[in-house]
Design a protein around this ligand. Structure first.
Ligand SMILES: NC(=O)c1ccc[n+]([C@@H]2O[C@H](COP(=O)([O-])OP(=O)(O)OC[C@H]3O[C@@H](n4cnc5c(N)ncnc54)[C@H](O)[C@@H]3O)[C@@H](O)[C@H]2O)c1
Length: 260
């Protein structure tokens, strides 16, 4: 795989899975616009990439600020000359019983995890359709099909990402723009560490429903993302690929069989 001369936008690219995706893309020769609400983290990460001779630019933006998407995309296009790949990775988790969940938190989570994915895809697709080619990958979650209590808006938002991926995939396929998604299982990023710190995610429980018997490395997600971005997956449209060590395939977990 060689992305030399190709340009990518990665939202939430300064940390966790998004950071690893950005690293992988630059390793393969792409120029990457790291879009993140955390300006300092995005800038220091881009500096690190530049120090290694990679091509990247940091863009401080809140993905929910839909009015600024056009100007961010214009900025990327004017620096890079094209937008060939878009990764909608920025996402948040808010854990709270459904009886207590506030409208404010519902709106914030849905705006980041679902609404922004639609409008950033729309902005990228306008450029890609003009170019005649492009590939968009959305980061969903195993929670799009495996539901967990106390996380209703998160599960609903990620199920929405799978639907959005399918709809946009079939809508733009004939225009040269492919849309697919990756649904990760459990990865030890700050998001999951925070769940463990709060006592709402338990590593032993996670392992009991994960046949492979371990959490994923962020690179194991990034490698599937770049495959979907690349022409190697040129006949894939509207798919959500589960990269979860078997979690979504499992019915009743049975430690005896997993560990023997
Ligand atoms: N970690 C996991 O186990 C896991 C599993 C399944 C799916 N996911 C999904 O993967 C994606 C990345 O998760 P992660 O674990 O790397 O999370 P993370 O919290 O480590 O990183 C998220 C990044 O997104 C940025 N961000 C958050 N809100 C933003 C906003 N409004 N505008 C711009 N940037 C924003 C953050 O600053 C951060 O850099 C998310 O969509 C998440 O739902 C993660």
């Amino acid at each position: 795989m060689n992305f030399e001369g190709s340009n990518a936008v990665v939202t939430g690219g300064a940390r966790g899975i998004g950071r690893t995706i950005s690293e992988k893309l630059t390793d393969l020769g792409a120029s990457v616009a790291v879009v993140d609400i955390n300006k300092d983290l995005a800038e220091s990460f881009v500096q690190e990439l530049e120090d290694k001779g990679k091509k990247a630019v940091a863009i401080a933006a809140d993905v929910t600020d839909t009015e600024s998407i056009g100007s961010v995309m214009d900025q990327v296009e004017s620096v890079f000359r094209s937008v060939d790949m878009m990764v909608n990775n920025a996402g948040v988790q808010i854990r709270c019983p459904s009886t207590e969940f506030s409208e404010k938190d519902w709106d914030r989570l849905m705006d980041i995890n679902l609404k922004a994915v639609f409008f950033w895809s729309q902005a990228a697709a306008k450029i890609m359709i003009r170019q005649g080619s492009g590939s968009i990958v959305n980061i969903s979650s195993g929670n799009s099909v495996k539901m967990m209590p106390g996380r209703a808006p998160y599960c609903i938002s990620k199920a929405g990402v799978n639907a959005l991926t399918a709809v946009l995939g079939i809508e733009w396929a004939s225009k040269g723009v492919r849309v697919n998604a990756v649904a990760p299982g459990w990865i030890m990023t700050d998001m999951v560490k925070e769940g463990m710190r709060l006592g709402v995610v338990n590593e032993e429980q996670v392992l009991s429903i994960t046949p492979i018997g371990r959490l994923a490395e962020p690179m194991e997600i990034a490698e599937i993302v770049v495959f979907l971005l690349s022409s190697e997956s040129r006949y894939m449209i509207g798919q959500t690929v589960f990269v979860d060590g078997g979690w979504s395939a499992v019915g009743l977990p049975d430690m005896k069989y997993f560990r023997s």
